[in-house]
Write a protein that binds this ligand. Sequence first.
Ligand code: NAD
Length: 483
Amino acid sequence: MTTHLWFDPTLCLIGGEWRPAVSGQTLPLVDPSDGSEICHIARGAAADIDAAVQAARAALDGEWGQMPAFERGRLLTRLGQLVLDKVDELAAIEATDVGKPLTQARADAVALARYCEFYGGAADKIHGQTIPYLDGYTVYALREPHGVTGHIVPWNYPMQIIGRSLGAALAMGNAAVLKPAEEACLTALAFADLAVQAGLPAGALNVVPGIGAEAGAALSAHPGIHHISFTGSVATGALVQQAAGKNVVPVTLELGGKSPQLVFDDADLDAALPFLVNAGIQNAGQTCSASSRILVQRGVYETVKSRMAEAYGALSVGPARDDLRVGPLISNRQKEIVTGFLKKGADLNVAGQGVIVDNAPETGAYVRPTLFADVPADHTLAREEIFGPVQVLIPFDTEEEAVRIANSTDYGLVASIWSRDGARQMRLAKQLQAGQVFINNYGAGGGVELPFGGVGKSGHGREKGFEALYGFSQLKTVAAYHG
Ligand code: NAD
């Protein structure tokens, strides 16, 4: 796919200037639809991260640190408009870089604009508290930015994750250093260019692409960072938290999931079916909140199984530009990981599979979406995050059994309940271990307004909504004695 880049992808943005990595080195970016090289990006490392942190510090000590909240909000709103003006170009870039079908990439670009609008509007609406106290005192609590915030972002939804994390951090007046993923970082650079165009003061946003173990590790361990937001795998999240712990720096971790949908005998199956399948195959299953486990009560199990199998049969997989339901995985390495899981399912029943279209290049990272049926709840495929278009169907008899299975993995990101029974909906919403529970839907359309995050190995801390503004700030209590 031809992609128009209006910025130089080989540079980092540091202190308002575009510059190459100190080492002068670059890394190739690959289009997962056909394995071809798109361009090179900077291979930022410790020296670039250090310069970026210093630039962020200088921004806080200068114009950015003094800017009133409503002006920060106005800048973010302007940035949101610039994103909207470039929606089609951003979608084309993301489709090439991530292998995401164009319609899904466009939805991500629109979401990025929404985050800028939401946090632009919210920037001057966080007011702190006044606290009634002893006679003779006036006490209030100020909400202040942390200072320099670090943002480590994965490749699966670059625009959405940049929007939710940077939108909130900048709205609260932090100065940010962003380390996008080495597999897909073009929209991060595009966003940074638009931020400069919107008038964001130099150093308020710095972007250093590079390898995780180099630039990412340097950012996590930098003593000049005051808060880290990490989205990615459990193993890397633990490393980031360890590194930040040495500097006593708070960390928000948005990690993986094995999110269940619980389908009861009284569910509206016509309403549920599209969500059951789509939540598993969207972005080729490379979604932290993908629903990879479908728990179905026996009375409707065979019906759900055959209808989902039919839906899988109609799924076509192909290049992002063809805009089919499913694109390639991010890389051939990810394809190997997913194929490895499919082999671990050799003892299971395959209920349905999608097809790879004939014109999909052999050099692309394609796998067939696969639905496994009658899967024991303790099987590897029912417990581990696969991060590919693979779902398992697990039958259950009672509500108690469904909750026990749903809560039996290490994760707890999202869950959904499909039932017409209001009392059951309320009971289960409390019993399910997850950061978000959906009733008779899945994902609620993404919702920038809705606090998001996990329990257990899905992570801690919340992004999105107003909650993120509290996470990207700290309270200072002021107690004045005046007699
Ligand atoms: P990853 O952990 O390998 O990489 C994520 C980011 O961390 C990348 O920018 C990478 O460069 C960086 N990184 C790698 N090693 C590092 C290190 N030692 N120190 C600091 N940074 C380092 O994850 P991935 O493979 O890119 O993404 C897939 C995983 O992310 C899945 O497990 C998925 O569930 C999870 N994820 C979670 C969410 C969420 O919101 N909860 C969203 C997207 C992805």
